[in-house]
Ligand binder design. Structure first.
Ligand code: ZN
Ligand code: ZN
Ligand code: ZN
Length: 360
């Protein structure tokens, strides 16, 4: 699997005229080697020349954590007195274009630029993003399992009492439930109530949830390496007519965008579908973010469903569809599912009920 991925990387390097890819810490490295490096002041770098063998440069004391894959890369452990930038630069000496991992610490990028004064540096995501965006069957199964785990949490929350609790208390419950459900990590759990819900990335605080509140819960974690991300809305007691109307417009926009997310459709066209429904309902100006983001090893990755992204969706691409409406000082709503574009049409990975949940 890793050899095949590296082969696809080299094919793309050839197409984009990139001579060497240098991947430090972050999900690109994991994707191509299976190794999850600890972010350290000591340099880790997978050096992939287009026409020579790949070398994984790691600090000696980290080498024991690497699963060696001789058919994929050669391990080059460096000792405390060695200069690792030199080791990487030597392997990129003749390169005109170096693609550098997006998560590489600036100090390493600067040192490498100094060591390779004639090379042009580009972001590795320009090479790796399109590769990682297309998920294979095992990756889709992992995303589906993670989605199923948060679906069950979203469903369980419908039976919970939210009134009288704080945002932070509900946040903690979501985090604990994610860890109990098999996620190795909880990445975020937004609980935004009442007027706070008008801020899409609200940081849960001490606000007490009261009757009549709309509560937006947007949470996700990492399970077997792959991310989950779901948003559901709960209303404490019966919702005011305006909330009900706005929610039905939002649900319609989300459904339309999911149905539009077919193979070959431009990313920006999917965004335009969701935006069109909300604009027709007079709510367009309150939908203040893109419609969705790719998801995989990272919670946010290519493809981005946003105006200006003319790239067509390919089979196996996984992404969120999450339109929202945010009325400052009043309330906010968002509805989010993870969807995969397949040759048989859009496949929703999240199945939790999508209606506005009425809770105590
Ligand atoms: Zn977000
Ligand atoms: Zn989310
Ligand atoms: Zn999301």
């Amino acid at each position: 699997m890793y050899s095949a991925r590296l082969q696809r990387l080299r094919d793309r390097m050839a197409r984009l005229d990139v001579d060497v890819v240098c991947l430090s810490v972050g999900p690109d490295l994991t994707y191509f080697t299976g190794y999850e490096a600890t972010p350290l002041e000591r340099l880790t770098s997978l050096v992939v020349p287009r026409d020579a063998e790949a070398v994984l440069v790691v600090p000696r004391l980290e080498a024991a954590r690497v699963d060696e894959r001789p058919s994929v890369f050669t391990l080059r452990a460096w000792d405390e007195t060695e200069e690792p930038i030199r080791i990487v630069a030597d392997r990129a000496r003749t390169a005109s274009v170096v693609a550098i991992g997006d998560h590489t610490w600036a100090r390493f990028v600067l040192a490498l630029q100094e060591a390779l004064p004639r090379a042009r540096f580009v972001a590795a995501s320009a090479v790796t993003g399109a590769l990682r965006a297309v998920k294979d069957e095992a990756e889709i199964a992992a995303l589906a399992a993670a989605a199923h785990a948060v679906d069950e949490i979203a469903a369980a929350m419908r039976a919970q009492t939210l009134g009288g609790r704080t945002e932070r208390g509900v946040h903690r419950e979501l985090v604990e439930r994610m860890l109990e459900s098999g996620h190795e990590r909880a990445n975020f759990a937004i609980v935004a109530s009442g007027p706070n819900a008008a801020s899409p990335h609200h940081d849960p605080g001490d606000r007490l949830l009261v009757n009549g509140d709309v509560v937006v819960c947007d949470f996700g974690g990492t399970m077997h390496g792959y991310c989950s991300d779901i948003t559901r809305v709960y209303c404490i007691g019966s919702p005011p007519a305006e909330v009900l109307d706005t929610y039905s417009n939002l649900a319609e926009a989300q459904e339309a965008a999911v149905q539009a997310a077919t193979v070959g459709t431009r990313c920006e066209a999917v965004d335009a579908v969701a935006r069109g429904v909300l604009t027709d309902a007079g709510l367009g100006q309150w939908f203040i973010h893109r419609t969705g983001h790719g998801i995989g090893l990272e919670a946010h990755e290519d493809p981005y469903l946003v105006a200006g992204n003319a790239a067509p969706l390919g089979p196996g691409e996984a992404f969120s569809i999450e339109p929202g409406v945010y009325l400052p000082g009043r309330f906010g709503l968002r509805l989010e599912d993870i969807v995969v574009a397949t040759v048989d049409g859009p496949r929703r990975l999240n199945q939790a009920a999508r209606d506005l949940a009425i809770v105590d």
